[in-house]
Design a protein around this ligand. Sequence first.
Ligand code: SF4
Length: 308
Amino acid sequence: MMNEPALNGMACTDRDRRDPLLRPGNSNCGGCGMSNLLQMLRRATGERELKMVVPACCAAVTGGSFPESVFGIPAIMSTFASAASVATGVAAVAQLNGEETRVICLAGDGGTYDIGMGTLSAAAERNEDILYICYDNEIYGNTGGQRSSATPAGAATTSTPRGKQETKKDIIGIMAAHRIPYAASISLAHIDDTLRKLQFALDARGFRFLHVLSPCPTGWKSEPAMGIELVRLAVRSGLFPVFEVFDGERYVINIEPEFSNEALMMYLSLQRRFRNTGVTEESLQPNIERYWNYLRLMSGRIVPAKRN
Ligand code: SF4
């Protein structure tokens, strides 16, 4: 099993922003996927002018208390529910001032799938000029590890100690239904694809949505050094599809998984959140197959049967 650094061992190159987006001294747990994401975003953004809005999730805590900030760009903390609205205002002011600033909303799954869904949906429907990035750690990490609607079936959380019963919401499908210019899922284990998507989303205008599977050693009960490997196993097994959707209708599958049962078994066994909850490779397979059939249909790889 490989245990490699996220950026192929290169912590910093000439292409990286001089000031990191997440500075040393932050309070993220070791192995936090959000830290990896911000390092990759550092490379993707270069010296672009950015502003960031963060709801009351783990990224808000790691930012620290005013007047200190671990973020290398201007960042506003908002309530859970209002992040997309606050970002709308920041983007509108930047446009009025003729700035080239890109406004990024950085939110966890609780702030995206659940509490922030109202303002997120409204901003997407208005096609606001925002890049919304959801780092999905599949729990409410900042408030003690409760279930969210992003928590997968079978995962134990502090509010579902015997394992969650319901399956994970299809967040990309929901965002695509708003017919936004761009929505994509991102695997932190596939660096080229990740950087390409971050750069594309930064260059595009209108509402862009990125969904990042973000390992959380605290909530997943996994080893901090195994985060990137866990993402790779999720992709290999078909559990985390990597694809993009243009204008809500053109689906493109970026990585064809092996649908490896061994990878799925490893994914489950390396996280204590799946122990003693009854979840097995066999219990997950039908949902994986169902979702992949849907994706193949949407991407045109299966032509639906014609009715007579
Ligand atoms: S609880 Fe999870 S998401 Fe939050 S900082 Fe720690 S590892 Fe990151």
